[in-house]
Design a protein around this ligand. Structure first.
Ligand code: CP
Ligand code: NVA
Length: 311
């Protein structure tokens, strides 16, 4: 059944129902197939997307910009430093003004509250392009990549090795929503927050998803269909670099850990990778790596998101 999503904000995976997530994945599949056949799809002709960036980006910026172009619309890259936002204009006022010019806003921000404030004040849909708390667009591309490799998502297991950060949070939420199982292995002190686990477990209880958190990467990867990792030092965590590099060392995804991984499982990483830190060259460039498909899928999934929520 089709679900109407026009005007919807996507600040968090929690904003989406299971049906809405499945719909995004279906539309992404159609758009990807059409693109492969060079079938034009100018669904958002004449629409404009504002992209606000407080942090750097390669994939998010390019896939959103190329994506809206392929849909017949156009994007504006707005560095927060170059906007009046950087000189103290409020987030609320910025959201109200942008809503008079553009049809959709995507923002990459330090504080998740900034995304929430944008959404509360904008009259056009707001998309979280990464905050300190979540990265919903990325995990939708991740589960789409798993869907392409394995078909049915319900019952699949994803093992997340590393920092209990924004990626881990969004992955916990999306796995819970889709009835997928997830095992997290993180060093003590870097596990996902209790409030995130509590929320994810509440959803999991309804969908049959099993979520576990521990400190043993070998235990976590057992029976996993996908092994996922992310940088140990996220944007904004640079001051903790030395401490983190030391604590995360046993959580590297390397060929030794891969000996415990099912040969049919895939390896995912949201990128950018710090090769030699959280993942080694032989794994990211190895036969089980699906990271380039995963990166490409950002484009198809975000096109689906924009198609579904832009009026
Ligand atoms: N994965 C991701 O969001 O990459 P960028 O930081 O390059 O946008
Ligand atoms: N956790 C990383 C993800 C980058 C896409 C960060 O926030 O920097």
């Amino acid at each position: 059944m089709a679900v109407l999503m026009k005007g919807k904000h996507i600040t968090s995976i929690l904003d989406l129902s299971t049906e809405e997530i499945n719909q995004i994945l279906k539309v992404a599949e159609t758009l990807k197939l059409e693109r492969m056949q060079r079938i034009p799809h100018p669904i958002l002709a004449g629409r404009n997307l504002a992209m606000i960036f407080e942090k750097p980006s390669t994939r998010t910026r390019i896939s959103f910009e190329v994506g809206i172009n392929q849909l017949g619309g156009s994007a504006l890259y707005l560095s927060s430093k170059d906007m009046q936002l950087g000189r103290g204009e409020t987030i609320a006022d910025t959201a109200k003004v942008l809503s008079r010019y553009v049809d959709c806003i995507m923002a990459r921000v330090f504080s998740h509250n900034t995304i929430k404030e944008l959404a509360e004040n904008a009259t056009v849909p707001v998309i979280n392009g990464l905050s300190d708390y979540e990265h919903p667009c990325q995990v939708l591309a991740d589960v789409f990549t798993m869907y392409e490799k394995f078909g049915e998502l319900k019952g699949l297991k994803l093992a997340y090795i590393g920092d209990g950060n924004n990626m881990a949070n969004s992955l916990l939420y999306v796995c819970a929503k889709l009835g997928m199982h997830m095992s997290v292995a993180s060093p003590g002190g870097y596990m996902p927050k209790d409030e995130v686990l509590a929320e994810a477990n509440k959803i999991a209880a309804k969908t049959g998803s099993k979520l576990t958190v521990g400190t043993d990467p070998i235990e976590a990867v057992k029976g996993a269909h996908a092994v996922y990792t992310d940088v140990w030092i996220s944007m904004g965590d640079e001051a903790e670099k030395e401490e983190r590099l030391a604590k995360f060392q046993p959580f590297q995804v390397n060929s030794k850990l891969m000996q415990h991984v099912d040969p049919d499982a895939i390896v995912l990483h949201c990128l950018p990778a710090h090769r030699g830190e959280e993942i080694t060259n032989e794994v990211i460039d190895g036969p089980q790596s699906a990271v380039w498909d995963e990166a490409e899928n950002r484009l198809h999934v975000q096109k689906a998101i924009m198609t579904l929520i832009t009026r």
